[in-house]
Design a protein around this ligand. Structure first.
Ligand SMILES: Cc1cc2nc3c(=O)[nH]c(=O)nc-3n(C[C@H](O)[C@H](O)[C@H](O)COP(=O)(O)OP(=O)(O)OC[C@H]3O[C@@H](n4cnc5c(N)ncnc54)[C@H](O)[C@@H]3O)c2cc1C
Length: 228
């Protein structure tokens, strides 16, 4: 059973048209072993329903930013089929309690990368935001991010190296059109599951990248509830 960390919601900001940045603070959040790109599993049951809160639903969210002083930011998309996660982000108020698992995950920067390639959608951009912020200005960055509309663009570092496209643009086509160095770098693919697989297939089959150079973390898929 996971050990939950407990904090209090301190700030809620509409950071893009459809995404809320939710800041959680508390003494129990100090000095966590966090690496940019990691995620947490958040309790999204209604705290007014003790059963839902205690045994309740979990949804997974990337950590947009973290301070070892005890502050953690999540960015939650309010998508059209709003399940418990998106509903939690609508309902939550400053002062509410929040419970979540310690940071974890393998979607983290590879230190030995010749260059870094980020590919995904608006949900993936949350993890990418933390990872991009952690890179030195000299790092070589490429990226392709698809969004529903321009209002979904999160503010990211190294923005001039990222190609943003609004759907229905096909992310595989966007990646295919990127001018990448001849030798492989390290790719981080996240967001909608089938698109992640299609981009991986492109990199491995068409560009000849080794599979180990492609880190894939599907975040969601149409019709499936609560992936992790
Ligand atoms: C490692 C990891 C990190 C993640 N990080 C983030 C993050 O930083 N921010 C974030 O918002 N989400 C993130 N997600 C996705 C998140 O966990 C939930 O899947 C998402 O919020 C949907 O939860 P829900 O309860 O609202 O809907 P659910 O009940 O889980 O799903 C209902 C339906 O909504 C649809 N749906 C789900 N997500 C989307 C979407 N993005 N766009 C369109 N339709 C969708 C699907 O058809 C799904 O069947 C992450 C997932 C993983 C695994």
């Amino acid at each position: 059973m996971s050990v939950f960390l407990h904090g209090t919601v301190r700030e809620i900001e509409q950071i893009t048209t459809r995404m809320r940045r939710i800041r959680i603070t508390g003494p129990g959040l100090r000095d966590l072993a966090w690496r940019p790109g990691m995620h947490t599993r958040l309790r999204v049951g209604d705290p007014r329903s003790p059963r839902a809160w205690l045994h309740g639903l979990l949804r997974t969210y990337s950590i947009w930013d973290y301070s070892p002083a005890g502050r953690l930011d999540l960015c939650i998309l309010d998508h059209p089929s709003a399940g418990p996660g998106a509903q939690w982000s609508r309902r939550v108020r400053v002062g509410d309690p929040a419970a979540f698992t310690p940071p974890e995950g393998r979607l983290v920067l590879r230190d030995d990368a010749r260059y870094h390639l980020f590919v995904g959608d608006e949900t993936a951009a949350v993890a990418f935001g933390a990872m991009l912020r952690a890179l030195p200005p000299s790092a070589i960055v490429h990226g392709a991010i698809s969004v529903e509309s321009a209002g979904d663009r999160l503010p990211l570092e190294h923005a001039d190296r990222l190609t943003w496209r609004c759907r229905p643009a096909d992310l595989v086509d966007v990646v295919r059109s990127l001018e990448l160095p001849h030798a492989p770098g390290v790719a981080y693919l996240a967001g909608e599951a089938r698109t992640c697989q299609a981009v991986r297939a492109h990199l491995v089959r068409e560009r000849g990248w080794p599979r180990r150079a492609v880190i894939v973390k599907p975040f969601w898929t149409p019709g499936r509830r609560g992936m992790d």
